[in-house]
Ligand binder design. Structure first.
Ligand SMILES: [Ca+2]
Ligand SMILES: [Ca+2]
Length: 157
C-alpha cells in the first residue's frame, strides 16, 4: 500500500455517551487512505475494545465519496454483561462500560484514540419507603451521566 503520506487521521464518534444497545457511528478523516480518487475506498483496522470485558471488534469503514478521505462505519451493541465473541460485529456492553476506539495511523505513525462511555440507567430511590397521608417524600436520582459538573450540584430539569 502506497500512502500519500503525512495526514494525521482524526477520529470522531456520534456520541461521547452511548445508550447500551445503540449503534455507534465512527468517522475517520485521513486523506492518505483515499488511494483511488475516482472511487470510494474502504479501510479496515479501526479497533473497538470494551474496558469491562476486553471484547474486540474491528470496524470496516467506507469512504463517503469518491475523493473525500472521510470514512464511516457503524458498530452495533447489545446489552449483555457476558463477554461477546471477538470480531462478531456485535459488541456486548453494559451500563458504565467504556469503549476505546483506536486507529493506528501509519503516516505519520501515530495511534489515534477516542473513548465512548456507555450510559448508566438512572436509579430512582425514595424515602421513606412507606408513605403516610400528608407526609413528604424525597426522590433521589442517581445517574452519573447527569453529573456534568462534579464540583457542583446540578439542577435536573
Ligand atoms: Ca495518515
Ligand atoms: Ca477514493
Amino acid at each position: 500500500m502506497v500512502l500519500k503520506g503525512g495526514f494525521l487521521g482524526s477520529l470522531a464518534t456520534t456520541f461521547n455517551v452511548l445508550n447500551a444497545g445503540g449503534s455507534l457511528r465512527v468517522v475517520l478523516d485521513d486523506f492518505d487512505l483515499n488511494l483511488a480518487p475516482n472511487t470510494p475506498n474502504t479501510v479496515s483496522g479501526v479497533l473497538v475494545t470494551s474496558a469491562m470485558t476486553n471484547q474486540y471488534e474491528m470496524l470496516t469503514l467506507i469512504e463517503n465519496a469518491a475523493d473525500s478521505g472521510v470514512f464511516t462505519g457503524v458498530l452495533h451493541t447489545s446489552v449483555d454483561p457476558t463477554r461477546g465473541f471477538d470480531f462478531s460485529g456485535d459488541m456486548h456492553v453494559q451500563p458504565g462500560d467504556l469503549l476505546n476506539v483506536r486507529y493506528n495511523d501509519l503516516s505519520p505513525a501515530t495511534p489515534v484514540e477516542r473513548g465512548v462511555r456507555i450510559a448508566t440507567q438512572a436509579v430512582l430511590t425514595r424515602s421513606p419507603l412507606l408513605l403516610f397521608v400528608g407526609g413528604s417524600v424525597t426522590v433521589t436520582v442517581a445517574d452519573m451521566d447527569m453529573d456534568r459538573n462534579p464540583q457542583a450540584l446540578y439542577p435536573l430539569s
